[in-house]
Design a protein around this ligand. Structure first.
Ligand code: HEM
Length: 489
């Protein structure tokens, strides 16, 4: 049976209008198509005479009513979108039961559509996320101010201490890696957002379902500091409340609650995922661990642990972090954006209401750019760098930014926690690498169990069933972990 979908109808329309030069070759096919009446071309409802700028981007076959829904898998859609990239290219049009979907497989196209045109073309997000508008702008301002590159230095000592506690915790019991990570990352984020310091992993602040309003009320209630025994130190909520003499208008309180829950929702899992991926990569790459330890010893020495301030002088550690973000980006499709008015890109029509998906995973694994797009190796070469550089990132931040710019940013939804998240990531990676040896577990017969690289599917991905063994790298290094932990933070 021959399906005539909107695309073929559209093609027919185009060919009727413009296909004069190709008439002869097309005539047979057209005769066949016209053996049954084509459905209405919804892209040019008024007339079949079309302008080329109204052409939709290429994409998978769309059936009447269903569209391409049968071809869009519920799990790991970025892999299917990446397959589509090979056939259909940089920008793809699909539809899921009438919902137009535009998949962007190229960093260049994403920058133009989601960054440069975000203001003029009025991109906004679907209803599941906050809509653009004054409220969103205010909330974003709250987060962006508190987590700006300059403001976050006051949180460094907290991040470094939690990194040490994590290393101590997993050395004590490696099987608790996931729990320890959640506790330490949760402690950092809740502390800098609400000012509250978690008591332990059963603290209701962490375990109760994320009710932003509850957390906000608990954290800002008078007396909470006396109860927790902590001094009130800077945090996002207190900073904003101080600005309004702790007496916010209802609207301001709403914005603050939203901002705080956005930080919790967006910051916790993405950081947890990225660090789990780090542990997975390290179990598979002992040589990378050894090289990292050597760099730390050469630059910092054996009598101190690295601090966040040392990040600039540890390029190999930064290359490892970049390679983790590249190897398996925690948010492989970013967050969806939506188009709130019709647009044209390179003569292709992008219909209003389309959900725009940036396939960051493909952008980072395009075989035309990366010779071995699945291999983890912080010093391997990108194809286009091979001639000029002995290693992949050349120890240059400008090269690493090519990865982080894709992993953290698009348009007005650029991750406002980027610098803060990277500082936490660095604190943990550098502390763990200088004190711990991350090993594969062994089975009953003493044979190593090589972890299988598999991930859960979802907006944020997690390595599945990761098991690691952790040993102290040197007694001296591990002794340093307990220093300075008793201070009030
Ligand atoms: C490795 C860690 C992280 C990664 C990979 C990451 C990645 C992302 C991505 C891809 C987005 C969506 C951008 C888009 O719309 O396309 C995002 C948004 C966001 N991130 Fe992050 N993020 C990380 C850590 C954090 C941290 C630690 C915080 C909080 C301090 C944070 C706060 C946010 C917020 C609030 C948004 C929503 C912004 C908005 O609605 O305008 N993120 N992040």
């Amino acid at each position: 049976m021959l399906y005539i979908n909107e695309e073929s109808t559209h093609r027919i329309c185009e060919e009727r209008s413009f296909g004069q030069g190709r008439k002869v070759e097309k005539r047979k096919r057209l005769r066949h198509l016209f053996s049954r009446p084509p459905p209405r071309c919804t892209y040019c409802p008024k007339s079949c005479s079309r302008r080329s700028k109204d052409r939709l981007p290429p994409g998978p076959l769309r059936l009447p009513l269903l569209g391409s829904v049968l071809q869009i898998p519920r799990e790991y859609p970025w892999l299917t979108f990446s397959q589509w990239a090979k056939t259909h290219g940089r920008i793809i049009y699909a539809d899921a039961l009438g919902q137009p979907l535009i998949v962007i497989n190229s960093a260049e196209v994403a920058r133009e559509l989601l960054d440069q045109r975000s203001d003029s073309c009025g991109y906004r997000e679907p209803f599941i996320l906050q809509q653009y508008g004054d409220n969103w702008r205010q909330q974003r301002k709250i987060v962006a101010q508190d987590f700006s590159q300059n403001s976050i230095t006051c949180y460094h000592s907290l991040q470094e201490k939690e990194a040490k506690k994590l290393a101590l915790g997993i050395l004590d019991d490696p099987s608790t890696l996931l729990r320890q990570l959640k506790l330490r990352l949760g402690t950092i984020i809740i502390r800098v957002t609400f000012g509250y310091y978690l008591k332990d992993e059963n603290d209701r602040f962490l375990t109760s379902p994320l009710t932003a309003m509850d957390n906000f009320s608990k954290a800002t209630a008078a007396g909470v500091w006396v109860e927790s025994g902590n001094v009130l130190l800077p945090n996002m909520c207190s900073t904003v409340l101080e600005e309004v003499d702790r007496n916010p208008f209802h609207e301001q309180e709403d914005q603050l609650v939203w901002a705080a829950s956005a930080v919790m929702g967006a910051g916790l899992d993405s950081n947890t995922s990225t660090l789990l991926i780090f542990f997975l990569a390290m179990t598979l790459n002992p040589a990378v661990q050894a090289k990292a330890r050597q760099e730390i010893e050469d630059v910092i020495g054996r009598d101190m642990l690295p601090t966040i301030k040392d990040k600039g002088s540890l390029p190999y550690i930064r290359s490892i972090m970049t390679e983790i973000l590249w190897w398996h980006p925690a948010v492989p499709l970013g967050l969806p954006h939506a188009l709130n008015k019709d647009d044209i890109y390179e003569g292709m029509h992008l219909p209003k209401g389309s959900i725009m998906i940036a396939n960051v995973w493909y952008m980072l694994h395009d075989p035309k750019v990366f010779p071995n797009p699945d291999e983890f190796d912080p010093v391997k070469q990108w194809l286009w760098l091979r001639a000029v550089s002995p290693d992949r990132y050349k120890n240059l931040d400008s090269e690493m930014d090519k990865v982080t710019d894709l992993v953290f940013r698009f348009g007005r939804r650029v991750c406002p926690g980027k610098f803060f998240g990277e500082a936490t990531f660095f604190a943990i990676v550098s502390t763990v690498l200088s004190t711990c040896e991350i090993l594969q577990t062994v089975d009953d017969k003493g044979s190593k169990i090589i972890p299988i690289v598999t991930f859960s599917s979802g907006t944020i991905i997690f390595p599945s069933a990761l098991e690691v063994d952790i040993k102290c790298w040197s007694e001296k290094a591990c002794e340093m972990l307990s220093r300075g932990l008793a201070d009030i933070i």
